[in-house]
Write a protein that binds this ligand. Structure first.
Ligand code: C2E
Ligand code: CA
Ligand code: CA
Length: 623
């Protein structure tokens, strides 16, 4: 088929046009792709922005790559709805509190606009007055996040300068920027939250110092550094004396105030590299790092004790705090976090036992003592659950005819193999752990059950039981004894409750007095045990309701060698009689002692000479 030159040139003309338009299309596509890429890379910048400021700046910068504006600004809506310039690319574009009109409101509501002639925009007059450059056209796009509504404005001096394409760019990009902004605000919030959670996890909310978790982390780290550097550090465990009492009497706000003050006081005694933590309650820990000599710890411990001991005023009330400290040195004492904490705890315990307000260093013998105490405590628990306790009885005799008038019940704990453990070893543990309550009840029940048999043989006999200060201080004690007695078939008059003089003097509290009164009034016999062992016995004798007094064996055993002790024994007997009380002498070991006591007019006697404490089956009642 032949083709004419005319048709050929027409065809090639057409083809050229197609090519040109194709070319144009491709270049548009190319531009679009390039712009898209630039925006994308800009978005990346926004995502990595660290503040809202950076974010806005980045947004304007990115847009400037694609939209050839002369000036651009981010406007943010204030709480009252007006708009203020938050940021602009040229300094002169500044205004505040612009009340948005219809056009701006539409943009704020989410619709971007391209303004060909700014003179036709009602809001512009107000803006134009405040800026120095005359602008004629603009692009407006919403820039809204969850927190704030705002808009972005690009301006140019030339009228009808911006194209639809520019508007498209804003339409696509600004929501993305807003999303990124939103994200960055959320991330900021999240970071703030993480920071707060982190603080909560590692710092004590009340005092602001480290908590146990962080303290353990620091301690672990310090220990591992010691391995490498061969240094020596100290771990101090500190506890306020009688904190509970302050809390109970002055209230929790006072307790909190004291804890905050104590945290500050401890911190003021140590170097900046040392760590002070509150482990919980009124328990604090201090880590003194890199000591030249472990002895330096003593100086710091003393400083802490004296600073904490300074009185403090809480709403007009003067508080006199005091504390005890336990110290362990590492790596000498141990090099394991848990064991070091235990060591310091043991040393603290020892300080408390030494009379509070002091510090003690951990030692191996301390650990052994405490471990044996713990094992005894466990044994006591098991004994109380099973049949591991035993009562022994020591008879009490009338001095005049040596007839048996009663038995004193003395508790023992069975050893695992054979043999018995004496009360002096386990009663203090029972008192510290509260086990004295079930133990006391067991003694009362067992002694009364045994007494039932004896009463059949000698109706006037009595059983004496010992009670401890811890029991007597319990407000419910008297009531619980009376309750227990209701189950038992012996009269209260044949049960005697022995209170050690120590108890009456050291522990004299309102409840102790009340318990004694109630027991006395409900018919129990009450005896003042170990008389003379304390110091101010006479004073307490005045208010003591009991009718029997037991002279401590210390005097009985010395009275024949020491004239002064003999005078004491005789005077006590005479005085007690004058006060209408009868007297028992304890610890009678020789016939000479017995004879003298009879001569002095002592009413009753008890001691190894006449009978050692033995289990019930070894005794025939000797009435
Ligand atoms: P206590 O009440 O002063 O009991 C008398 C202690 O002196 C008993 O020691 C007894 O065995 C001992 N004793 C008696 N006669 C003589 C003597 O002639 N010479 C010497 N050297 N000692 C004599 P035990 O049984 O070891 O009791 C010690 C303490 O344990 C008791 O002192 C009492 O305070 C306490 N205790 C015993 N049983 C109980 C109990 O059930 N509850 C409470 N809370 N404490 C108890
Ligand atoms: Ca006794
Ligand atoms: Ca006694």
């Amino acid at each position: 088929m032949s083709t004419s030159p005319q048709s050929l040139s027409r065809e090639s003309e057409e083809l050229r046009e197609v090519l040109v338009s194709l070319e144009r299309l491709r270049s548009q596509e190319e531009t679009a792709r390039r712009e898209a890429q630039q925006l994308l890379s800009g978005l990346q910048v926004l995502i990595n922005a660290h503040s809202v400021e950076e974010m806005f700046k980045g947004t304007l910068e990115v847009i400037s790559r694609v939209v050839p504006f002369e000036n651009a600004a981010v406007l943010v809506q204030n709480d009252d709805g007006s708009l203020s310039v938050q940021m602009s690319t040229a300094g002169d574009f500044q205004f505040n509190n612009l009340v948005p009109g219809k056009s701006f409101s539409r943009v704020l509501a989410g619709r971007p606009v391209c303004v060909m002639d700014l003179d036709l925009l009602p809001e512009w007059t107000a803006i134009a007055e405040q800026i120095s450059q005359p602008y004629s056209s603009a692009l407006l796009a919403p820039l809204t996040t969850r927190e704030r509504r705002g808009l972005l404005i690009c301006v140019h001096q030339q009228r009808a300068y911006f194209h639809k394409r520019h508007l498209k760019v804003l339409e696509y990009f600004v929501p993305l920027a807003a999303q990124a902004l939103q994200r960055s605000q959320e991330i900021e919030e999240l970071e703030e939250l993480v920071k707060r959670l982190d603080e909560m996890a590692h710092y004590d909310a009340l005092t602001g110092i480290c908590n146990r978790t962080l303290f353990n982390i620091i301690l672990e780290k310090t220990i591992s550094q010691h391995y490498r550097h061969r240094r020596c550090s100290a771990l101090l465990m500190l506890d306020l004396d009688n904190f509970k009492r302050i809390n109970d009497t002055l209230g929790h706000p006072a307790g909190d105030y004291l804890l905050k003050e104590v945290a500050q006081r401890i911190t003021s005694c140590v170097r900046s590299g040392d760590t002070v933590a509150r482990l919980g309650g009124d328990e604090f820990a201090v880590l003194l790092q890199d000591l030249g000599d472990p002895k330096e710890t003593e100086v710091i411990a003393e400083k802490i004790l004296s600073r904490i001991g300074m009185p403090l005023n809480y709403q007009g009330q003067l508080i006199h705090p005091s504390s005890s400290i336990g110290i362990t040195i590492f790596p000498d004492d141990d090099s394991e976090c848990e064991q070091l904490m235990k060591n310091a705890d043991m040393a603290l315990y020892a300080s408390k036992e030494n009379g509070r307000g002091s510090f003690s260093f951990f030692s191996l013998s301390m650990r052994k003592k405490i471990e044996s105490k713990i094992s005894l405590e466990n044994q006591l628990r098991r004994s109380l659950e099973g049949e591991g306790l035993k009562l022994c009885y020591q008879p009490i005799y009338r001095t005049s005819d040596l007839s048996c008038v009663g038995m004193e019940a003395l508790v023992r704990m069975k050893k695992r193999g054979s043999g018995l453990i004496g009360p002096d070893r386990f009663i203090p543990i029972a008192e510290q752990t509260g086990l004295i309550f079930p133990l006391g009840e067991w003694v009362l029940r067992t002694a009364c059950a045994d007494l039932e048999g004896w009463l059949a043989e000698a109706e006037n006999s009595r059983v004496a039981i010992n009670v401890s200060a811890i029991q007597l201080r319990d407000p419910d004690f008297a009531a619980s004894v009376i309750d227990t007695m209701a189950d038992l078939r012996v009269p209260q008059q044949s049960v005697e409750i022995e209170l050690s003089e120590d108890i009456i003097i050291r522990e004299s509290t309102e409840w102790l007095q009340k318990n004694i009164e109630v027991l006395y009034r409900s018919g129990f016999q009450i005896a003042f045990d170990d008389f003379g062992r304390g110091y101010s016995s006479l004073l307490h004798l005045r208010t003591f309701p009991g009718k029997r007094l037991k002279i401590d064996r210390f005097f009985v055993q010395r009275m024949l060698d020491s004239p002064k002790d003999q005078v004491i024994v005789r005077s006590v007997i005479d005085m007690a009689h004058d006060m209408g009380m009868s007297v028992v002498a304890e610890g009678v070991e020789t016939p000479e002692q017995l004879k003298s006591l009879a001569d002095f007019g002592c009413d009753e006697v008890q001691g190894f000479l006449l009978g050692r404490p033995k289990p019930k089956e070894k005794w025939q009642f000797l009435g």
